[in-house]
Design a protein around this ligand. Structure first.
Ligand code: GPV
Length: 826
């Protein structure tokens, strides 16, 4: 039986909760029970959706005992909890992960077969919850997976967006966004708890008064509010019985509608307040690494943070808990600046509601927070105008001013007369308008600040927050990101997993450094053959998926060269495009014979923020180039370009295991870490990449011989910038670059319409803010090295195996251990 191994707590008067037996018979019985009594249909009349929902609820039954028991243990143990505060969780499909965690895959397969059902169709029925944009949201999902697997108490707090990241389609090669109604067919993985609703206030003003001890105090008189309804999700550990909780908040109006107005016939007016309130959790902002200074976004941030703090303090801690000891019980990890309003919120709770002195409250608060920064782009650091903050959260703005005043006084004591320094450390910026720098507030209000890769943490200290890192050397640290091997290797790459387990046992799934034991097999010809066969089988699986999903046909035997990530100028999809066009140009101009080229299939996956014009133009150009190349007989079976729409976690799980080459080509000093880079390496792709983010650490671990490095280093980028970067000089002096750009600009890919490619091309020639042209030649040279190694199948496979064997460091279990040791003291 699956179930608690601990003695049952006295808390449950009704006796132990038991899951059905882990046998095909009991699984079938539980499934039919869910279908008949839960879904209300007969098997013979059921739709695929009915069957999917019933299957999901069946698997849920096997997790339930562990979930309830974990909850009891968490309450009784008094252990410190990690409160992970994140505006995004990019979870991916839940069914497969739950089957994996419970070790029910084979039983469920067989049980469905006995019911005459193809389980693959049911897996395909699930719409993944896309409650995140990209790396940051996916990182949060990996972290909660690891904490559950390590049995660390964690509550993931976030927002239950009714619509997640938009669904991308292409029309005439241009991106069109469609709302992602992931809840429309039912959501069997969430548990609503309307009885645990929380009220959240907004607006109004503050006033001062004198309390009964004669102290001058401030209070907030808000003028509107909404309700937060928690929806709980299970976060199962890997086969360890632990199930942690993700608590996502949904906004609801305090009053559904105005009956008086409704009765008078103005129906729109009657529901206006409801619509307004419920808009707060309606949709995820599709911005990635660039904040939207929108009022609704600030409302979202405060909404989920206020609900979460209230939930922990009022509902999760024991009654009458002494809040002076709060830091022993919670550490709130701030996933970038999105939840940073939690710092003044905790101050408000302690000072205004619980009657603490300011100093004592501040001392507690700072111990309860830690801040992770995920960017180096100055334009990506969140700043809120004081006008907006004061209008929406007047008391919080007041608290921020006081935090700032006291902090600057402290700095002034250390650096008397250094007004320049003091101004540069102020939370409040005065130009172009008075505003609040959320990263500064986060740094001042946290016990620790970390970056997400070695290079990033170094640059964070030196370039983004230099005054702060001098002031508090000990506060700054690094935790290099990681990814969960459960989803991204064990689940996504079953063939490779079986091969690995066959050689070194299954311990690697929860102890990824054990992959080191594979190293000797890199020199074993039989193993290499098996490894290469796995890659080929994964390619064939991918091609079937792309055929069914997008109608894309790809040649069977070509190097699979993959660039998947959000579309961003700094990530340089345009540099990848220049490489493709350059190779194509070499062939059609006769400089290279098609039969001498290494056949390559290029795959892109990328969503552009709907308001990011240059990114959308780049998508258009990639699609245009793809259509032209794929239709050109001169390069048939030598060059193919695929750009399946709507890249998401589900597609990533098919794409990454099939890839030969991983493209990680951001301008040095711009990508904080990257996590796709880790997923590819662990699935046996070789990386072509710049010295940026976690690429640096990947290269150090896998070795220079097993990584294709190119491009300027971060100091070289800085130097070139200082000298005055002129992209046209590269265009003029490099023949291949000129031929490539001329072909792109000349309308060859846009049916003669030169204007259609002009924006991307002109941007490269005149601005090129991310120096694609400066790195172009180095990139081509590195691609030539890729071809040379790929021609030697043994050498390539050997490198691929070594990439797997040496990338165990990038498990998010290791990241979590680092957070526990360096940041959480738990
Ligand atoms: I700030 N990141 C993201 O996905 N969204 C954001 O709003 C911000 C950062 C990403 C970084 O760009 C990646 O380099 C990094 O690997 C990832 O966050 C996780 O740390």
């Amino acid at each position: 039986r699956i179930g608690p191994t601990m003695p049952m707590s006295s808390e449950r008067a009704s006796g132990p909760v038991e899951a059905p037996d882990k046998t095909v018979e009991e699984f079938v019985a539980a499934f039919l029970n869910e279908l008949n009594f839960g879904q209300g249909v007969l098997l013979s009349r059921s739709t695929i959706n009915d069957q999917y929902l019933a299957l999901a609820r069946t698997v849920r039954q096997y997790l339930m005992a562990g979930w309830l028991e974990t909850g009891v243990q968490r309450r009784e143990s008094g252990r410190k909890t990690i409160g992970y505060l994140s505006a995004e969780y990019l979870l991916g499909r839940q069914l497969s992960n739950a089957l994996l965690a419970t070790d029910l895959q084979d039983i469920a397969d067989e049980a469905m077969k006995q019911c005459g059902i193809d389980i693959a169709a049911l897996r395909a029925q699930e719409i993944e919850p896309g409650l995140g944009n990209g790396g940051l949201g996916r990182l949060a999902a990996c972290f909660v997976d690891s904490l559950a697997t390590m049995d660390v108490p964690c509550i993931g707090y976030g927002i239950r967006y009714e619509y997640g990241i938009f669904r991308q389609t292409f029309e005439d090669n241009r991106q069109v966004e469609v709302p992602d109604s992931w809840l429309s067919l039912g959501s069997p993985w969430e548990f609503p708890h309307p009885e645990r609703q929380v009220r959240v206030d907004f607006g109004g003003r503050t006033e001062t008064y004198t309390d009964d001890q004669g102290r001058e105090r401030s209070r907030w008189i808000p003028d509107w509010n909404v309700l937060g309804i928690p929806y709980h999700h299970m976060v199962p550990g890997f086969r360890n019985g632990t199930v942690n909780t993700l608590r996502l908040w949904s906004a609801k109006a305090t009053q559904a509608f105005d009956l008086q107005i409704f009765n008078s016939g103005d129906y729109a007016a009657a529901v206006r307040a409801q619509t307004f309130a419920e808009n707060i959790s309606k949709v995820l902002y599709p911005e990635d690494s660039t904040p939207q200074g929108k009022e609704l976004r600030l409302q979202q941030q405060y909404f989920f943070v206020a609900c979460s703090l209230h939930d922990f303090i009022q509902n999760t801690l024991p009654q009458d808990f002494d809040l002076r000891r709060l830091p022993e019980r919670i550490i709130f990890q701030l996933n970038d600046t999105h939840p940073v309003i939690a710092i003044p919120e905790l101050m408000r709770i302690l000072v205004d509601r619980k009657g603490f002195d300011w100093d004592e409250a501040w001392d507690i608060t700072r111990q309860c927070f830690a801040y992770t920064c995920h960017t180096l782009l100055p334009e990506a650091l969140e700043v809120w105008s004081a006008e907006l903050l004061g209008r929406l959260l007047p008391r919080h703005l007041e608290i921020i001013y006081r935090i700032n005043k006291e902090f600057l006084e402290e700095v002034r004591e250390t650096f008397p007369g250094d007004e320049m320094r003091i101004r540069s450390m102020s939370i409040i910026a005065e130009h172009p308008e008075r505003s609040v720098r959320m990263a500064y507030l986060a740094t001042i209000g946290s016990s620790k600040v970390n970056g997400v890769a070695e290079l990033h943490s170094q640059l964070l200290r030196d370039k983004v927050l230099p005054e702060f890192s001098q002031y508090w050397t000990e506060k700054f640290t690094n935790v290099t990101n990681g990814i969960t091997p459960r989803r991204f290797v064990f689940l996504a790459n079953r063939r490779l997993s079986d091969l690995i387990t066959d050689k070194i046992g299954s311990g690697w799934v929860t102890d990824l450094e054990r992959l080191r034991d594979l190293e000797p097999y890199a020199d074993d010809a039989d193993f290499r053959a098996e490894f290469a066969a796995v890659k080929q089988a994964n390619k064939e699986r991918l091609f079937k998926v792309l055929q069914a999903r997008d109608g894309i046909e790809l040649p069977e035997h070509a190097m699979l060269d993959v660039m998947v990530k959000r579309l961003h100028e700094y990530k340089r999809q345009s540099l990848k495009l220049l490489h493709i066009v350059s190779t194509y140009e070499s062939i059609i101009s006769g400089r290279m014979r098609a039969e001498d080229a290494v056949p390559r299939t290029f795959v892109f996956g990328a969503k552009a923020a709907p308001g990011y014009h240059m990114a959308k133009e780049t998508i258009f150009l990639i699609n245009s180039v793809a259509a032209t190349i794929n239709a050109d007989e001169r390069v048939k079976d030598v060059l193919s370009v695929a750009f399946p729409a709507n890249y998401n976690v589900t597609l990533a799980e098919k794409l990454i295991p099939a890839a030969d080459l991983s493209e990680q080509i951001s301008l040095a000093g711009k990508e904080a870490s990257g996590t796709g880079n880790m997923k590819f390496a662990l699935n046996g792709a070789l990386t072509i990449g710049t010295d940026d983010g976690a690429n640096v650490e990947i290269r150090q671990l896998v070795g220079d011989d097993n990584f294709f490095l190119f491009g300027m280093t971060e100091p070289e980028v800085e130097q070139l910038r200082a000298e005055g970067y002129q992209p046209t000089s590269y265009y003029r002096s490099n023949d291949r670059l000129r031929a490539t750009i001329d072909l792109l600009a000349g309308g060859h890919f846009t049916r003669g319409d030169r204007a259609a490619s002009a924006q991307v091309v002109d941007n490269l020639l005149t601005q090129d803010p991310f120096m694609a042209l400066a790195d172009f030649q180095g990139y081509l040279d590195a691609q030539d090295r890729v071809d040379a190694v790929y021609r030697d199948t043994d050498a390539w496979t050997r490198s691929a195996i070594l990439n797997v064997a040496r990338s165990g460091f990038f498990s998010s279990d290791r990241s979590m251990r680092d957070y526990l040791d360096r940041i959480w003291n738990a």
